[in-house]
Design a binder for this molecule. Sequence first.
Ligand code: SF4
Length: 470
Amino acid sequence: MIKRKRNFYAEWRLRDRQAQALQEGKGTPAEDLLQIVWFHQRLLRDQLRTLDGRRLIILHPGFWSHEGGPDFRNAIVQFDSEKPISGDIEVDLHASGWRAHGHDRNSNFKNVILHVVWEGEGTRNLPTLALKNVLDSSVPELLGWMGTDASRAFPAELQGKCCAPLRDLSEERLTELLQQAARVRLEAKARQFEVRARQAGWEQALWEGLFRGLGYKHNTWPMLRLAEMRTRLFPEGSPGDPVQVQARLLGTAGLLPHEVGGRTYARELWDFWWRERAAFEDCALPRAVWHLHGLRPANHPQRRLALAANWLTQRTLIGALETWCADRNLEGCEARLLDALQVRPDPFWNWHWTLRSKKLKSSQPLLGATRVTDLAVNVVLPWLWMRAVEGKNEAVREEMERRYFAWPAAEDNAMLRLARQRLLGTTSKKLLRFAAAQQGLLQIVRDFCEHSDALCANCQFPELVRNWLG
Ligand code: SF4
Protein backbone atom coordinates (compact mmCIF):
# COMPACT_ATOMS: atom_id res chain seq x y z
CA MET A 1 0.00 0.00 0.00
CA ILE A 2 1.30 3.42 -0.94
CA LYS A 3 1.84 5.56 2.12
CA ARG A 4 0.64 9.09 1.39
CA LYS A 5 2.53 12.05 2.76
CA ARG A 6 0.48 14.04 5.21
CA ASN A 7 -1.01 17.16 3.65
CA PHE A 8 -1.76 19.64 6.40
CA TYR A 9 -3.55 22.01 3.99
CA ALA A 10 -5.98 19.24 2.96
CA GLU A 11 -6.64 18.63 6.66
CA TRP A 12 -7.35 22.33 7.34
CA ARG A 13 -9.71 22.43 4.42
CA LEU A 14 -11.57 19.33 5.53
CA ARG A 15 -11.84 20.61 9.09
CA ASP A 16 -13.25 23.91 7.85
CA ARG A 17 -15.79 22.17 5.60
CA GLN A 18 -16.90 19.93 8.45
CA ALA A 19 -17.33 22.89 10.76
CA GLN A 20 -19.39 24.69 8.14
CA ALA A 21 -21.47 21.77 7.01
CA LEU A 22 -22.21 19.98 10.25
CA GLN A 23 -24.69 21.67 12.49
CA GLU A 24 -23.27 22.06 15.92
CA GLY A 25 -23.90 19.11 18.22
CA LYS A 26 -26.48 17.45 16.02
CA GLY A 27 -24.19 15.85 13.43
CA THR A 28 -26.63 16.75 10.66
CA PRO A 29 -25.12 17.92 7.37
CA ALA A 30 -26.16 21.29 6.04
CA GLU A 31 -28.89 21.35 3.40
CA ASP A 32 -26.53 22.36 0.58
CA LEU A 33 -24.60 19.09 1.00
CA LEU A 34 -27.86 17.16 0.65
CA GLN A 35 -28.75 19.15 -2.47
CA ILE A 36 -25.38 18.61 -4.11
CA VAL A 37 -25.47 14.90 -3.23
CA TRP A 38 -28.89 14.67 -4.85
CA PHE A 39 -27.85 16.63 -7.94
CA HIS A 40 -24.84 14.39 -8.58
CA GLN A 41 -26.66 11.31 -7.29
CA ARG A 42 -23.85 10.42 -4.87
CA LEU A 43 -26.11 7.65 -3.61
CA LEU A 44 -26.31 3.87 -3.47
CA ARG A 45 -28.79 4.14 -6.28
CA ASP A 46 -29.76 0.48 -6.35
CA GLN A 47 -30.66 0.45 -2.65
CA LEU A 48 -33.12 3.31 -2.46
CA ARG A 49 -36.39 2.87 -0.60
CA THR A 50 -38.91 5.41 0.57
CA LEU A 51 -39.63 5.58 4.29
CA ASP A 52 -42.85 3.68 3.72
CA GLY A 53 -40.82 0.80 2.22
CA ARG A 54 -41.28 1.25 -1.53
CA ARG A 55 -38.41 0.59 -3.93
CA LEU A 56 -37.32 3.80 -5.56
CA ILE A 57 -35.61 4.17 -8.91
CA ILE A 58 -34.34 7.58 -9.92
CA LEU A 59 -34.49 7.86 -13.70
CA HIS A 60 -33.57 11.53 -13.60
CA PRO A 61 -32.84 13.68 -10.50
CA GLY A 62 -34.31 16.82 -12.12
CA PHE A 63 -32.69 20.18 -12.85
CA TRP A 64 -31.54 22.25 -9.92
CA SER A 65 -33.67 25.35 -9.60
CA HIS A 66 -32.35 28.41 -7.78
CA GLU A 67 -35.46 30.45 -8.37
CA GLY A 68 -37.55 29.69 -5.31
CA GLY A 69 -40.03 26.82 -5.26
CA PRO A 70 -38.89 23.17 -5.18
CA ASP A 71 -35.14 22.52 -5.34
CA PHE A 72 -35.23 20.27 -8.42
CA ARG A 73 -37.64 20.47 -11.34
CA ASN A 74 -38.80 17.83 -13.82
CA ALA A 75 -37.30 14.76 -12.13
CA ILE A 76 -38.43 11.28 -13.23
CA VAL A 77 -38.81 8.58 -10.58
CA GLN A 78 -40.36 5.14 -10.32
CA PHE A 79 -41.88 3.57 -7.19
CA ASP A 80 -41.84 -0.26 -7.11
CA SER A 81 -42.97 -1.39 -10.54
CA GLU A 82 -45.39 1.48 -11.12
CA LYS A 83 -45.24 3.66 -14.20
CA PRO A 84 -42.44 6.29 -13.94
CA ILE A 85 -43.71 9.72 -12.98
CA SER A 86 -42.30 13.17 -13.60
CA GLY A 87 -42.39 16.05 -11.12
CA ASP A 88 -40.37 18.10 -8.65
CA ILE A 89 -38.13 17.16 -5.74
CA GLU A 90 -37.81 19.11 -2.51
CA VAL A 91 -34.77 18.64 -0.29
CA ASP A 92 -35.05 19.48 3.41
CA LEU A 93 -33.00 18.42 6.41
CA HIS A 94 -36.04 17.10 8.22
CA ALA A 95 -39.42 15.87 7.06
CA SER A 96 -41.00 18.42 9.40
CA GLY A 97 -39.53 21.13 7.12
CA TRP A 98 -42.37 20.45 4.67
CA ARG A 99 -44.89 22.09 6.97
CA ALA A 100 -42.50 24.33 8.88
CA HIS A 101 -41.43 26.03 5.62
CA GLY A 102 -45.03 26.31 4.43
CA HIS A 103 -44.57 24.03 1.40
CA ASP A 104 -47.89 22.33 2.18
CA ARG A 105 -49.66 25.66 1.62
CA ASN A 106 -47.60 26.89 -1.32
CA SER A 107 -48.99 26.12 -4.79
CA ASN A 108 -45.45 26.16 -6.25
CA PHE A 109 -44.91 22.86 -4.46
CA LYS A 110 -47.97 21.07 -5.77
CA ASN A 111 -45.94 19.04 -8.30
CA VAL A 112 -43.49 17.67 -5.74
CA ILE A 113 -43.35 13.88 -6.09
CA LEU A 114 -40.60 13.09 -3.60
CA HIS A 115 -39.38 14.69 -0.39
CA VAL A 116 -35.68 14.07 0.21
CA VAL A 117 -34.52 14.44 3.83
CA TRP A 118 -31.52 13.50 5.95
CA GLU A 119 -33.34 11.16 8.32
CA GLY A 120 -36.53 10.81 10.30
CA GLU A 121 -40.20 10.21 9.92
CA GLY A 122 -41.87 10.40 6.54
CA THR A 123 -43.78 13.40 5.25
CA ARG A 124 -47.52 12.84 5.42
CA ASN A 125 -49.05 11.95 2.04
CA LEU A 126 -45.72 12.41 0.26
CA PRO A 127 -43.14 9.71 -0.56
CA THR A 128 -39.99 10.47 1.42
CA LEU A 129 -36.41 9.32 0.96
CA ALA A 130 -33.90 9.57 3.83
CA LEU A 131 -30.31 9.96 2.64
CA LYS A 132 -28.39 9.18 5.81
CA ASN A 133 -27.84 5.49 5.10
CA VAL A 134 -27.66 5.53 1.31
CA LEU A 135 -24.75 7.89 0.58
CA ASP A 136 -22.05 6.40 -1.66
CA SER A 137 -19.27 7.79 0.60
CA SER A 138 -18.87 8.98 4.15
CA VAL A 139 -19.94 12.51 5.05
CA PRO A 140 -16.29 13.70 5.52
CA GLU A 141 -15.40 12.35 2.07
CA LEU A 142 -18.39 14.07 0.51
CA LEU A 143 -17.49 17.30 2.30
CA GLY A 144 -14.01 17.14 0.80
CA TRP A 145 -15.46 16.56 -2.68
CA MET A 146 -17.98 19.36 -2.25
CA GLY A 147 -15.40 22.12 -2.68
CA THR A 148 -13.97 20.70 -5.91
CA ASP A 149 -14.75 21.84 -9.45
CA ALA A 150 -16.32 18.45 -10.17
CA SER A 151 -19.00 19.00 -7.55
CA ARG A 152 -19.86 22.40 -9.05
CA ALA A 153 -19.98 21.26 -12.68
CA PHE A 154 -23.18 20.36 -14.46
CA PRO A 155 -23.20 16.54 -14.47
CA ALA A 156 -22.50 15.22 -17.98
CA GLU A 157 -25.32 12.66 -17.55
CA LEU A 158 -27.82 15.52 -17.38
CA GLN A 159 -26.83 16.97 -20.73
CA GLY A 160 -29.46 16.65 -23.43
CA LYS A 161 -29.26 14.19 -26.30
CA CYS A 162 -28.74 17.11 -28.66
CA CYS A 163 -25.58 18.20 -26.85
CA ALA A 164 -23.29 15.86 -28.86
CA PRO A 165 -24.56 16.78 -32.34
CA LEU A 166 -24.61 20.48 -31.41
CA ARG A 167 -20.99 20.21 -30.29
CA ASP A 168 -20.10 18.76 -33.70
CA LEU A 169 -21.30 21.93 -35.40
CA SER A 170 -18.76 24.58 -36.25
CA GLU A 171 -19.26 27.88 -34.44
CA GLU A 172 -20.46 29.38 -37.70
CA ARG A 173 -23.15 26.77 -38.24
CA LEU A 174 -24.28 26.85 -34.63
CA THR A 175 -24.63 30.63 -34.90
CA GLU A 176 -26.66 30.14 -38.08
CA LEU A 177 -28.94 27.63 -36.33
CA LEU A 178 -29.51 29.96 -33.37
CA GLN A 179 -30.22 32.86 -35.72
CA GLN A 180 -32.80 30.84 -37.64
CA ALA A 181 -34.51 29.90 -34.38
CA ALA A 182 -34.34 33.56 -33.28
CA ARG A 183 -36.03 34.64 -36.50
CA VAL A 184 -38.89 32.22 -35.75
CA ARG A 185 -39.22 33.83 -32.32
CA LEU A 186 -39.17 37.36 -33.71
CA GLU A 187 -41.88 36.54 -36.24
CA ALA A 188 -44.03 34.72 -33.65
CA LYS A 189 -43.93 37.71 -31.29
CA ALA A 190 -44.62 40.05 -34.20
CA ARG A 191 -47.67 38.01 -35.25
CA GLN A 192 -49.08 38.33 -31.72
CA PHE A 193 -48.92 42.10 -32.13
CA GLU A 194 -50.60 41.88 -35.50
CA VAL A 195 -53.48 39.80 -34.10
CA ARG A 196 -53.99 42.18 -31.18
CA ALA A 197 -53.67 45.28 -33.40
CA ARG A 198 -56.53 43.97 -35.56
CA GLN A 199 -58.79 44.02 -32.48
CA ALA A 200 -57.49 46.98 -30.53
CA GLY A 201 -55.20 49.03 -32.80
CA TRP A 202 -51.41 49.24 -33.03
CA GLU A 203 -51.00 51.66 -30.15
CA GLN A 204 -52.97 49.54 -27.70
CA ALA A 205 -51.09 46.41 -28.86
CA LEU A 206 -47.81 48.19 -28.06
CA TRP A 207 -48.96 49.30 -24.59
CA GLU A 208 -49.98 45.74 -23.77
CA GLY A 209 -46.60 44.44 -24.95
CA LEU A 210 -44.74 47.04 -22.88
CA PHE A 211 -46.75 46.31 -19.73
CA ARG A 212 -46.25 42.56 -20.22
CA GLY A 213 -42.53 43.21 -20.67
CA LEU A 214 -42.47 45.17 -17.40
CA GLY A 215 -44.10 42.22 -15.64
CA TYR A 216 -41.05 40.10 -16.47
CA LYS A 217 -42.01 36.45 -16.16
CA HIS A 218 -43.85 36.36 -12.84
CA ASN A 219 -46.23 39.28 -13.20
CA THR A 220 -47.06 39.38 -16.90
CA TRP A 221 -50.77 38.59 -16.42
CA PRO A 222 -51.71 41.32 -13.93
CA MET A 223 -49.59 43.78 -15.93
CA LEU A 224 -51.39 42.81 -19.12
CA ARG A 225 -54.75 43.24 -17.38
CA LEU A 226 -53.84 46.79 -16.36
CA ALA A 227 -52.77 47.58 -19.93
CA GLU A 228 -56.08 46.22 -21.24
CA MET A 229 -57.87 48.73 -19.00
CA ARG A 230 -55.69 51.65 -20.16
CA THR A 231 -58.42 53.61 -21.94
CA ARG A 232 -60.86 53.04 -19.09
CA LEU A 233 -58.33 54.20 -16.50
CA PHE A 234 -56.93 57.03 -18.59
CA PRO A 235 -59.47 58.23 -21.15
CA GLU A 236 -58.59 61.10 -23.50
CA GLY A 237 -58.25 64.31 -21.53
CA SER A 238 -57.72 62.62 -18.16
CA PRO A 239 -55.38 64.38 -15.73
CA GLY A 240 -51.70 64.47 -16.54
CA ASP A 241 -50.52 64.91 -12.95
CA PRO A 242 -47.80 62.25 -12.47
CA VAL A 243 -48.69 61.53 -8.83
CA GLN A 244 -52.38 61.15 -9.65
CA VAL A 245 -51.62 58.80 -12.56
CA GLN A 246 -49.37 56.69 -10.32
CA ALA A 247 -52.06 56.64 -7.60
CA ARG A 248 -54.70 55.43 -10.06
CA LEU A 249 -52.48 52.77 -11.55
CA LEU A 250 -51.10 51.46 -8.25
CA GLY A 251 -54.53 51.72 -6.58
CA THR A 252 -56.23 49.74 -9.36
CA ALA A 253 -53.36 47.23 -9.23
CA GLY A 254 -54.02 46.70 -5.50
CA LEU A 255 -50.41 47.60 -4.76
CA LEU A 256 -50.83 50.60 -2.48
CA PRO A 257 -49.84 49.67 1.09
CA HIS A 258 -52.77 49.48 3.49
CA GLU A 259 -51.05 51.07 6.43
CA VAL A 260 -49.66 54.49 5.73
CA GLY A 261 -48.69 56.86 8.46
CA GLY A 262 -47.21 60.33 8.59
CA ARG A 263 -46.16 62.34 5.59
CA THR A 264 -45.00 59.53 3.37
CA TYR A 265 -45.21 59.28 -0.41
CA ALA A 266 -47.64 56.35 -0.06
CA ARG A 267 -49.87 58.70 1.94
CA GLU A 268 -49.70 61.25 -0.86
CA LEU A 269 -50.83 58.58 -3.33
CA TRP A 270 -53.64 57.52 -1.02
CA ASP A 271 -54.88 61.12 -0.86
CA PHE A 272 -55.70 60.80 -4.56
CA TRP A 273 -56.82 57.18 -4.45
CA TRP A 274 -59.36 57.77 -1.62
CA ARG A 275 -61.28 60.09 -3.87
CA GLU A 276 -61.22 57.83 -6.95
CA ARG A 277 -61.35 54.41 -5.41
CA ALA A 278 -65.11 53.86 -5.73
CA ALA A 279 -65.09 54.75 -9.43
CA PHE A 280 -62.56 52.01 -10.22
CA GLU A 281 -63.60 49.41 -7.67
CA ASP A 282 -65.12 47.13 -10.30
CA CYS A 283 -61.82 46.75 -12.13
CA ALA A 284 -59.37 46.77 -9.19
CA LEU A 285 -57.07 43.75 -8.95
CA PRO A 286 -56.61 41.77 -5.74
CA ARG A 287 -53.12 42.03 -4.30
CA ALA A 288 -52.92 38.21 -4.33
CA VAL A 289 -52.55 38.15 -8.15
CA TRP A 290 -49.06 39.63 -7.81
CA HIS A 291 -46.01 37.48 -7.37
CA LEU A 292 -43.88 39.49 -4.93
CA HIS A 293 -41.83 36.83 -3.21
CA GLY A 294 -38.11 36.68 -3.99
CA LEU A 295 -38.20 39.59 -6.45
CA ARG A 296 -35.21 41.88 -6.81
CA PRO A 297 -36.23 45.37 -5.55
CA ALA A 298 -35.55 46.82 -9.01
CA ASN A 299 -38.12 44.39 -10.46
CA HIS A 300 -40.88 45.15 -7.95
CA PRO A 301 -44.18 45.79 -9.76
CA GLN A 302 -44.71 49.03 -7.79
CA ARG A 303 -41.56 50.40 -9.41
CA ARG A 304 -42.46 49.03 -12.83
CA LEU A 305 -45.88 50.63 -12.63
CA ALA A 306 -44.30 53.93 -11.60
CA LEU A 307 -42.33 53.77 -14.87
CA ALA A 308 -45.49 52.96 -16.85
CA ALA A 309 -47.32 55.82 -15.11
CA ASN A 310 -44.56 58.20 -16.20
CA TRP A 311 -44.84 56.97 -19.79
CA LEU A 312 -48.58 57.53 -19.66
CA THR A 313 -48.15 61.01 -18.18
CA GLN A 314 -45.50 62.18 -20.62
CA ARG A 315 -47.44 60.97 -23.69
CA THR A 316 -44.35 61.12 -25.89
CA LEU A 317 -43.54 57.43 -26.07
CA ILE A 318 -44.96 56.48 -29.47
CA GLY A 319 -43.42 59.55 -31.16
CA ALA A 320 -40.05 58.84 -29.54
CA LEU A 321 -40.12 55.23 -30.79
CA GLU A 322 -40.98 56.36 -34.30
CA THR A 323 -38.09 58.81 -34.29
CA TRP A 324 -35.79 56.03 -33.06
CA CYS A 325 -37.03 53.73 -35.82
CA ALA A 326 -36.41 56.35 -38.51
CA ASP A 327 -32.79 56.97 -37.45
CA ARG A 328 -30.79 54.58 -39.67
CA ASN A 329 -27.57 54.75 -37.72
CA LEU A 330 -26.96 51.29 -36.23
CA GLU A 331 -24.18 52.53 -34.00
CA GLY A 332 -25.48 53.63 -30.63
CA CYS A 333 -29.05 52.54 -31.35
CA GLU A 334 -29.28 50.77 -27.96
CA ALA A 335 -28.42 53.98 -26.10
CA ARG A 336 -30.86 55.94 -28.25
CA LEU A 337 -33.64 53.49 -27.42
CA LEU A 338 -32.86 53.92 -23.73
CA ASP A 339 -33.21 57.69 -24.25
CA ALA A 340 -36.51 57.20 -26.08
CA LEU A 341 -37.95 55.06 -23.29
CA GLN A 342 -36.40 56.91 -20.38
CA VAL A 343 -38.64 59.12 -18.28
CA ARG A 344 -37.96 62.40 -16.51
CA PRO A 345 -36.34 62.10 -13.05
CA ASP A 346 -38.97 61.21 -10.46
CA PRO A 347 -38.43 62.82 -7.05
CA PHE A 348 -39.58 59.69 -5.19
CA TRP A 349 -38.81 56.72 -7.43
CA ASN A 350 -35.27 57.75 -8.30
CA TRP A 351 -34.46 57.41 -4.61
CA HIS A 352 -36.58 54.41 -3.54
CA TRP A 353 -36.96 50.89 -4.96
CA THR A 354 -40.48 50.45 -3.58
CA LEU A 355 -43.05 52.46 -1.62
CA ARG A 356 -41.76 51.02 1.64
CA SER A 357 -38.02 50.90 1.04
CA LYS A 358 -35.50 53.22 2.64
CA LYS A 359 -33.96 56.11 0.76
CA LEU A 360 -31.17 54.97 -1.60
CA LYS A 361 -27.65 56.32 -1.32
CA SER A 362 -27.53 57.19 -5.00
CA SER A 363 -30.20 58.02 -7.53
CA GLN A 364 -31.42 55.12 -9.72
CA PRO A 365 -33.26 55.82 -12.98
CA LEU A 366 -36.62 54.14 -13.36
CA LEU A 367 -35.37 52.38 -16.48
CA GLY A 368 -31.97 50.71 -16.77
CA ALA A 369 -30.10 49.43 -19.83
CA THR A 370 -30.81 45.76 -18.95
CA ARG A 371 -34.56 46.19 -19.11
CA VAL A 372 -34.23 48.10 -22.37
CA THR A 373 -32.69 45.04 -24.06
CA ASP A 374 -35.62 42.88 -22.92
CA LEU A 375 -38.11 45.46 -24.12
CA ALA A 376 -36.25 45.83 -27.43
CA VAL A 377 -36.15 42.14 -28.40
CA ASN A 378 -39.53 41.18 -26.98
CA VAL A 379 -41.64 44.24 -27.69
CA VAL A 380 -40.27 47.24 -29.57
CA LEU A 381 -38.49 45.48 -32.46
CA PRO A 382 -41.23 42.85 -33.11
CA TRP A 383 -43.89 45.61 -33.00
CA LEU A 384 -42.02 47.91 -35.40
CA TRP A 385 -41.10 44.94 -37.63
CA MET A 386 -44.73 43.84 -37.92
CA ARG A 387 -45.94 47.35 -38.65
CA ALA A 388 -43.34 47.58 -41.42
CA VAL A 389 -44.49 44.22 -42.85
CA GLU A 390 -48.12 45.38 -42.72
CA GLY A 391 -47.21 48.68 -44.36
CA LYS A 392 -45.06 46.86 -46.97
CA ASN A 393 -42.11 48.99 -45.94
CA GLU A 394 -39.17 46.72 -46.83
CA ALA A 395 -36.51 49.21 -45.79
CA VAL A 396 -37.85 49.52 -42.23
CA ARG A 397 -38.43 45.76 -41.96
CA GLU A 398 -34.81 45.08 -42.93
CA GLU A 399 -33.55 47.75 -40.59
CA MET A 400 -35.48 46.25 -37.66
CA GLU A 401 -34.01 42.82 -38.47
CA ARG A 402 -30.52 44.31 -38.63
CA ARG A 403 -30.99 45.81 -35.16
CA TYR A 404 -32.52 42.61 -33.79
CA PHE A 405 -29.58 40.45 -34.86
CA ALA A 406 -26.95 42.98 -33.80
CA TRP A 407 -28.43 43.71 -30.36
CA PRO A 408 -25.98 42.85 -27.53
CA ALA A 409 -26.90 40.00 -25.19
CA ALA A 410 -29.45 40.51 -22.43
CA GLU A 411 -28.65 39.82 -18.79
CA ASP A 412 -28.10 36.15 -18.05
CA ASN A 413 -30.85 34.24 -16.27
CA ALA A 414 -31.58 30.80 -14.82
CA MET A 415 -33.35 29.56 -17.94
CA LEU A 416 -30.46 30.55 -20.21
CA ARG A 417 -27.90 29.05 -17.83
CA LEU A 418 -29.69 25.71 -17.82
CA ALA A 419 -30.16 25.76 -21.60
CA ARG A 420 -26.46 26.51 -22.15
CA GLN A 421 -25.40 23.63 -19.94
CA ARG A 422 -28.00 21.16 -21.10
CA LEU A 423 -27.99 21.81 -24.84
CA LEU A 424 -24.61 23.39 -25.55
CA GLY A 425 -22.69 21.61 -22.79
CA THR A 426 -21.00 24.78 -21.64
CA THR A 427 -21.21 27.39 -18.95
CA SER A 428 -19.48 29.91 -21.21
CA LYS A 429 -21.50 32.82 -22.54
CA LYS A 430 -19.19 33.29 -25.52
CA LEU A 431 -21.58 31.83 -28.06
CA LEU A 432 -24.43 33.94 -26.81
CA ARG A 433 -22.91 37.39 -27.27
CA PHE A 434 -26.03 38.66 -29.01
CA ALA A 435 -29.58 38.84 -27.71
CA ALA A 436 -30.80 37.04 -30.87
CA ALA A 437 -28.61 33.99 -30.08
CA GLN A 438 -30.14 33.89 -26.58
CA GLN A 439 -33.60 34.18 -28.11
CA GLY A 440 -32.79 31.36 -30.54
CA LEU A 441 -31.69 29.07 -27.73
CA LEU A 442 -34.84 29.84 -25.75
CA GLN A 443 -36.91 29.09 -28.83
CA ILE A 444 -35.32 25.62 -29.12
CA VAL A 445 -36.16 25.02 -25.45
CA ARG A 446 -39.74 26.13 -26.13
CA ASP A 447 -40.12 24.03 -29.29
CA PHE A 448 -38.38 20.86 -28.22
CA CYS A 449 -37.50 20.61 -24.50
CA GLU A 450 -40.96 21.72 -23.41
CA HIS A 451 -42.50 18.95 -25.52
CA SER A 452 -40.21 16.28 -24.13
CA ASP A 453 -39.00 15.38 -20.64
CA ALA A 454 -35.75 15.46 -18.68
CA LEU A 455 -34.61 12.29 -20.48
CA CYS A 456 -35.28 13.89 -23.90
CA ALA A 457 -37.87 11.22 -24.70
CA ASN A 458 -39.09 11.34 -28.31
CA CYS A 459 -37.23 14.56 -29.03
CA GLN A 460 -36.55 14.95 -32.75
CA PHE A 461 -34.07 17.78 -32.36
CA PRO A 462 -30.83 15.71 -32.09
CA GLU A 463 -31.72 13.82 -35.27
CA LEU A 464 -32.62 17.01 -37.11
CA VAL A 465 -29.27 18.53 -36.15
CA ARG A 466 -27.39 15.39 -37.21
CA ASN A 467 -29.14 15.35 -40.58
CA TRP A 468 -28.46 19.04 -41.06
CA LEU A 469 -24.82 18.34 -40.21
CA GLY A 470 -24.93 15.96 -43.14
S1 SF4 B 1 -35.38 17.69 -25.07
FE1 SF4 B 1 -34.46 17.75 -27.14
S2 SF4 B 1 -33.78 19.83 -27.39
FE2 SF4 B 1 -34.14 19.54 -25.20
S3 SF4 B 1 -32.17 18.93 -24.34
FE3 SF4 B 1 -33.25 17.05 -24.91
S4 SF4 B 1 -32.59 16.57 -26.96
FE4 SF4 B 1 -32.05 18.69 -26.59
